[in-house]
Design a binder for this molecule. Structure first.
Ligand SMILES: Cc1ncc(C[n+]2csc(CCOP(=O)(O)OP(=O)(O)O)c2C)c(N)n1
Ligand SMILES: [Mg+2]
Length: 731
């Protein structure tokens, strides 16, 4: 492999280790060998089928130990890679902890038997839960660094507060903290790597990006992933970085490099990029055999660069340890690893009953009455006739009002997304009105709370959500906006595999209770394919995520407040067509108004048919129900679900028991849609209550077209609902 020259790569003359004491060099060697011994022991256990997966740090030890020793566990922050055993050992994770994870023990401190081995987590050491998804962690690291910077500048935000999510997150931060984010060279092809580099560079964040370059991504050699085969050359023009390329099989050079990188970050000069050349001493994992795709010569060449053999030679050459002393040390480490493995094999295994634990917060239940400050008076304001027309506020107004209220109340809230700021160039604000979101939902937030708390993100949706994960694991409350539901898909990986999974996969050690606000839906006349999509059931299918979708101003205000104050991640779906509709306007309900999740509202009582719906179909259903009563004498009970996950099964069941006939109606496509689950459950659990089949109404199984006559035909209309009501009554 070609290795670009740099001072760090120059052959180390004898005695260069002189800046480190003999004791420190032995400690480095000790950590490297212990890591290898734990790997080897785990491989043995895998062969014996006592553990179920193995992936090793073999060949990466020197680089990783160098990184760990330059930083401070429990002070700095760590987003390791799945190959970072030596890093985590050096930070303070014990071999016993590692074997507990390998056997999947109940007492595995990283995940309680939920994650594969080497998927790290330790709140105490500031090691944030690792996923298997390559590159996602870099955006978390960026958000984490932003949070650390914000908290250092606004320590008042860290004060403990009871009564909302803050009660369960004590914050800890330091003005000169550094965030380490590790990745393999193959995974630098992921967009999230570039998105993280972009923001870290632009904001001069104290993140050390460590690329552990072992030349392969499973079987794919580096030149396939990286044009020219060297990632350092490609990133070299990012501003504000400290760049270093180092022989990662040399722990002393690695340590020196990380010390310089950390100094750059701690001084506030910007991020660092350390590109370490290492070898993959074994195959990718136990499931892989590199003899299938690497030549013998290449493998032999790598074997010669084994960092442990090199360090051993060095210690002897520099007269630090004798050969017999090394043998003795290695034996002791072998014993340490074996003993830890034996103990871990005796550890209790997780109880089946614990499986659902930590899908959601066990501490703060957003369905509870503590979030029910909905007054009977205000609850009835879905009917516009109940309040003076002049005081009626749109859904857009009351969402904006809620954001203002909550930001005033809680300094941990930051709001960002595409175009959400009033103006990124602050000086313009003296003469312009400000943008405040393409739908103006965030208008005035930057002006009132400043550019640190309300700002424009880069145009990259994974960046928005990935950074929110980083903010949220630090105990802050990011309330971010995805500009249109149609463009949420680049963030899907972050939403499903990171945001929603963080709490469960870490067995409750970490959580990412961010709020993602998303304008959704059609009926826009001209919205077409890319500004009209629905697709909520794709998200209600994600455990760990709360999904809500209000149909009127008051519900939007109260549910958003619950979303912000609760301790779970929330997807807050705002129907664009309802933002400024005359339907569902309401007076401002005050700054403490909140509605629990999972509580439906009967927006029209009736005896004959239950119509379960939500979002923009609520006013359409009301129209149809009105006509059904006037022209056909059919009394329809409309259940507005308001929150989709969790949903109010009791309200549905109670209504169906009364009417014995039910339609589930939604704007999204009918097949595989949200209604399929509800209809199936009604058929299953309420079969004896039914006098007719459960019916569904939804869009055609296609996308939404631009031409209005097509759009009208594709999306469900009041007439479709009316027809269904008449047909079902006659069944
Ligand atoms: C997003 C994603 N895609 C694919 C995979 C499957 N996978 C796991 S490791 C890996 C190769 C990673 O190579 P590299 O980043 O060089 O790290 P290394 O394993 O060599 O340390 C792949 C493709 C994954 N875990 N995540
Ligand atoms: Mg690699």
């Amino acid at each position: 492999m070609e290795v670009a020259s740099s001072s760090a790569l120059a052959p180390q003359p004898l005695g260069v280790s002189g800046s480190l004491s003999a004791q420190q060099l032995v400690q480095i060697y000790r950590l490297m060998v212990l890591s290898r011994r734990v790997d080897d022991r785990e491989i043995l256990l895998k062969r014996q089928q006592k553990v179920f997966f193995q992936i090793s740090a073999a060949g990466h030890e020197a680089l990783q130990v160098g990184a760990a020793l330059a930083l401070k566990a429990g002070y700095d922050w760590f987003f390791p890679y799945y190959r970072d055993r030596a890093l985590c050992l050096a930070l303070g994770v014990t071999p016993y902890d590692m074997f507990l994870q390998a056997v999947g023990a109940a007492t595995d401190p990283a995940s309680g038997g939920r994650q594969m081995p080497t998927h790290w987590s330790s709140p105490e050491l500031h090691i944030v839960s690792t996923s298997s998804s390559t590159a996602t962690q870099l955006l978390h690291a960026v958000g984490c660094a932003e949070a650390g910077r914000y908290l250092s500048r606004h320590p008042e935000a860290a004060e403990p507060v009871a009564g909302d999510y803050r009660e369960f997150h004590s914050l800890d931060f330091h003005g000169d903290e550094v965030v380490l984010a590790c990745i393999g060279e193959g995974s630098t092809s992921q967009g999230e790597f570039w998105e993280a580099m972009n923001t870290a560079s632009n904001q001069k964040l104290p993140v050390i990006f460590l690329v552990e370059d072992n030349g392969y991504a499973i079987s794919v050699p580096v030149e396939v992933n990286t044009p020219g085969g060297n990632i350092s050359r490609i990133v070299a023009n990012f501003p504000n970085f400290y760049f270093a390329e180092v022989d990662g099989t040399d722990p002393v050079a690695s340590l020196a490099t990380f010390q310089a990188a950390a100094a750059h970050c701690r001084a506030g000069l910007g991020p660092a990029f350390v590109h370490g050349h290492v070898v993959r001493h074994y195959s990718h994992s136990f499931s892989d055999d590199d003899k299938n795709y690497r030549s013998a010569a290449e493998r032999e060449n790598d074997a010669l660069r084994d960092p442990i053999a090199r360090m051993r030679e060095r210690l002897i050459r520099e007269g630090i340890l004798t050969e017999p002393e090394i043998i003795e040390l290695e034996k002791a480490l072998e014993h340490e690893a074996a003993e830890a493995a034996e103990r871990a094999l005796l550890a209790p295994l997780p109880e089946i009953s614990t499986i659902p634990r930590h899908v959601y917060s066990p501490d703060l239940d957003p369905t509870s009455d503590s979030f029910a400050t909905e007054t009977p008076d205000s609850a009835s304001t879905a009917n516009p006739a109940s309040s003076a027309a002049r005081s009626q506020r749109t859904m857009a107004d009351l969402i904006n009002a809620c954001l203002h209220d909550e930001m005033r109340r809680d300094p941990r809230i930051v709001v960002y997304g595409e175009d959400v700021a009033d103006a990124s160039r602050e000086q313009a604000l003296a003469e312009v009105k400000g943008k405040g979101g393409v739908f103006k939902l965030t208008a005035g937030l930057q002006t009132e709370f400043g550019s640190e708390r309300a700002f424009n993100s880069v145009l990259a949706e994974a960046n928005i959500v990935g950074r929110a994960v980083g903010y949220a694991v630090r105990g802050m409350k990011p309330v971010v906006e995805i500009q249109f539901f149609d463009y949420i898909w680049p963030a899907m990986h972050q939403i499903r595999n990171e945001l929603s999974l963080m709490r469960w996969r870490s067995n409750g050690a970490w959580a990412a209770p961010a709020v993602i606000r998303v304008p959704i839906g059609g009926y826009l006349t001209g919205g077409a394919v890319y500004h009209s999509q629905s697709g909520e059931s794709i998200f209600t299918h994600i455990p760990g995520l709360r999904v809500v979708m209000p149909s009127n101003s008051l519900d939007a205000n109260g549910l958003l407040r619950t979303a912000i104050r609760c301790d779970d991640p929330v997807l807050f779906l705002e129907h664009k067509r309802l933002y400024r509709e005359p339907y569902g306007r309401a007076p401002y309900p005050g700054p403490e108004f909140s509605i629990p999740f999972g509580k439906a509202k009967i927006v029209r009582p009736g005896r004959h048919i239950t119509l379960v719906t939500y979002g923009a179909l609520v006013p359409r259903a009301l129209q149809a129900a009105h006509q059904a009563e006037r022209d056909h004498g059919i009394e329809t009970e409309i259940v507005d679900l308001r929150s989709l996950s969790p949903y109010d099964w009791e309200a549905i069941a109670e209504s169906v028991r009364k009417t014995s006939r039910v339609i589930v109606a939604h704007e999204d496509m009918i097949s595989w849609g949200y209604g399929a689950e509800i209809a199936a459950r009604i058929a299953d659990e309420l079969f004896d209550e039914l006098d007719a089949p459960v019916k569904r109404i939804g869009a055609m199984d296609t996308f939404v077209a631009y031409q209005p006559i097509l759009e009208d035909a594709i999306l469900p209309q009041p007439q479709n609902i009316l027809d269904a009501l008449v047909a079902l009554k006659a069944y």
